[in-house]
Design a protein around this ligand. Structure first.
Ligand code: FE
Length: 138
């Protein structure tokens, strides 16, 4: 689904710190975000457009200080772009629906994928899983 908007529109909708990360390709300081050590079950939505991108089931502690996942909920949810802004070439990852900058993808992740999606907490919005008692009402 296409949820793209102009930068001016995003700037009017999002808190300044979220806008800076998502649409000015900022990076929050390591170990500063809300989610790097979060272990609760749930889904991580795009902070801009609310698309569910990552699940706690694929989250792991990379030691980097940023929330890290070895897989996205679906491959097509994540767009990629080359990032040559540092000496090391990196692969930028973006929300495919709205274009928000999420972070970077690296090839030093754990099995089974060997992939590390390194994401800013500020690019995400955590949605806790429904307690199982709510699911089957009998
Ligand atoms: Fe998005």
């Amino acid at each position: 689904m296409n949820k793209k908007k102009s930068n001016a529109e995003w700037q009017s909708l999002l808190p300044p710190e979220v806008y800076r990360i998502c649409f000015e390709k900022g990076t929050e300081p390591a170990f500063s975000g809300a989610y790097w050590r979060q272990k609760e079950k749930g889904e991580y939505l795009c902070a801009a457009c609310d698309t569910a991108l990552f699940s706690s089931a694929q989250k792991y502690d990379s030691g980097s200080g940023w929330p890290s996942f070895w897989q996205a909920m679906q491959t097509e949810l994540i767009a990629e772009a080359p990032d040559n802004s540092l000496a090391a070439r990196r692969t930028e990852i973006l929300c495919a629906a709205c274009g928000a900058h999420l972070g970077h993808r690296f090839d030093d992740g754990p099995p089974p994928t060997g992939t590390r999606f390194c994401v800013n907490s500020l690019s995400l919005k955590f949605q806790p899983a429904e307690p199982s008692s709510k699911q089957g009402k009998n």
